[in-house]
Design a protein around this ligand. Structure first.
Ligand code: TXE
Length: 489
């Protein structure tokens, strides 16, 4: 069965393009999928445009759109095992992590179903004139290009697809070329749930040949992109000539601040998951550990011991605690950051070299790595390595902790650990980040907005704002008793 989904039909790439998808854990061939070309992108945009301008979906009552989202949530739940397995084969992540992700996908669809069901007819504006009916209504934002990454393939897709459908937009989805399978399965479920043809379109392929044309196309009204900062800048520039709405989620370099009065055992435990979960391939990873001077030695020793004990392995290895990196190129990049950090004066405390276990030789593994005595000007501290690399910096007091934490172009997330409630709240309020955890790391709920300040992005996903991203407001002014004004009489 072909894998491009355009105007309600599964089609092969018109120019015959294909791509092999290999599991990063051992290089085995997962499948060969169709690779879209310019003509496929053109057809997909046209289908989405027609469905928006002439199709029923944007004019379907919100209650019916909400019901469809609920049906999709149910279908995803039905297919959760196949989806989790597919996600693990594409990404190499542990099956249990994929299972969590798919459960989150279901919650995301339910959240947007509930929000959509609660949509009202807009806000009545009191003009003071009983003969004027003035109201502000929300309408779907048009044709959307949804471009998603490879670290949480279906979850990041759900954060865009669910609100896009709830709002009544139509879209072309382009998942990462490395991890297309759960997007393919999702399209099948959308069709099964009864979504009209042309509303959801799927094109597979590389960023430059398939993603870029979507960001430039004048028939596309909105681009929602999750990925790297450099690509995000390109997306924004490509969207500028046609002044598209852009929503960007571009990762982070997130501080995890630990004061000496924190519950140390718990903070060590969380510092490990903060950065090493999914081998650091998480936009909100706590990759910069900031520790108060007097706690530094004890804390870092404990983190290093914990990091050394993390076992690497493939998705279906029950003893593994984290998996491989997504690609050889990505591992090269992570290695280069570690080498640069050491050259700039960081002290390597653990990791820092590819594992020599022959069982891991065919995968893109890299061990949990801790770099101590780091300074803010090091490239490994400033830039997102997106790998299992923790940098450690020391601070003396609250002011220095806040200064170091905010000394980044990013502003996605951060955490504060302290037994002093006042101090924790003070520091949290001074962090320039879209999400701040106190005595915790990583949790999120679909009811709360997610997104970044500064160069971590534009706009918010999830929460009520996540639906509003896909809506335009319109002021409707209705004169109930029109008569000549006589202005020029
Ligand atoms: O991401 P890209 P890459 C960060 C992380 C990582 C770096 C590079 O630091 O090391 O980005 O990863 C599509 N026009 N994040 O190269 O290129 C691409 O095909 C339109 C953080 O894999 O940003 C894919 O679908 N689209 C991040 C998507 O953009 C383009 C998650 C993301 O790929 C395009 C992933 C173009 N010109 C990486 N070029 C997060 N925020 O969580 C590429 N794409």
């Amino acid at each position: 069965m072909p894998e491009l989904f355009i105007d309600g039909a599964w089609t092969a790439a018109r120019d015959g393009g294909v791509r092999e998808i290999r599991c990063p854990a051992d290089g085995t061939l997962v499948a060969t999928v169709d690779e879209a070309g310019a003509r496929d992108v053109e057809a997909a945009v046209l289908a989405a445009r027609n469905a928006f301008d002439r199709g029923p979906w944007p004019r379907t009552p919100a209650a019916e759109r909400a019901a469809l989202l609920s049906r999709v949530a149910g279908l995803i739940e039905r297919e959760k095992d196949a989806l989790a397995r597919s996600e693990s084969l594409d990404t190499g992540k542990r099956l249990v992590e994929s299972e969590y992700d798919i459960a989150d996908v279901v919650r995301c669809f339910r959240h947007f179903a509930a929000l959509t069901a609660a949509e009202d007819g807009g806000r009545v504006v009191d003009t003071g004139d009983p003969e004027i009916d003035s109201r502000v209504v929300r309408e779907p934002a048009g044709v959307c290009a949804l471009i998603t990454p490879w670290n949480y393939p279906l979850l990041q897709t759900a954060w865009k697809v669910a609100p896009a459908l709830g709002a009544g937009t139509t879209f072309v989805l382009k998942p990462s070329e490395l991890t297309p399978h759960t997007a393919i399965l999702l399209m099948r479920l959308l069709a099964e749930a009864g979504l009209p043809a042309g509303v959801a379109n799927l094109v597979l392929g590389a960023g430059v040949s398939v993603g870029a044309p979507l960001t430039e196309d004048p028939r596309v009204d909105l681009v929602s992109f999750t990925g790297g900062l450099a690509t995000g800048r390109r997306v924004m520039a490509a969207a500028a000539p046609t002044v598209k709405k852009v929503a960007l989620e571009l990762g982070g370099k997130n501080p995890n601040i630990v004061f000496a009065d924190a519950d140390v055992e718990t903070a060590v435990d969380y510092a490990l998951t903060a950065v090493f979960l999914h081998s650091g391939q998480v936009c909100s990873a706590g990759a910069r550990l900031l520790v108060q001077d007097e706690l530094h030695d004890r804390f870092v020793d404990a983190v290093v011991a914990g990091a050394r004990a993390i076992r690497l392995g493939g998705p279906f290895d029950p003893a593994a605690r984290t998996g491989p990196l997504i690609s050889a190129a990505h591992r090269d990049k992570v290695e280069a950051y570690v080498a640069a950090g050491i050259a700039e004066g960081a002290v390597l405390r653990c990791g820092g070299a590819r594992p020599d276990d022959p069982a891991l030789a065919d995968g893109f593994y890299y061990p949990p790595t801790v770099l101590d005595e780091c300074t803010p000007d090091m490239s490994v501290v400033e830039e997102e390595s997106f790998g299992p690399v923790l940098t450690v910096e020391r601070f003396r007091d609250e002011d220095e902790a806040v200064t170091l934490a905010n000394d980044t172009v990013y502003g996605l997330a951060g955490a504060v650990w302290s037994g002093d409630v006042g101090r924790a709240r003070r520091v949290a309020s001074r962090l320039r980040a879209g999400t701040v955890w106190i005595n915790d790391f990583h949790p999120y709920v679909p009811q709360a907005e997610w997104g970044g300040m500064k160069q971590s992005g534009i706009g918010r996903e999830l929460g009520p704002a996540g639906l509003a991203e896909y809506q335009e407001t319109k002021h409707l002014w209705h004169n109930l008793a029109p008569r000549p004004q006589g202005w020029f009489a």
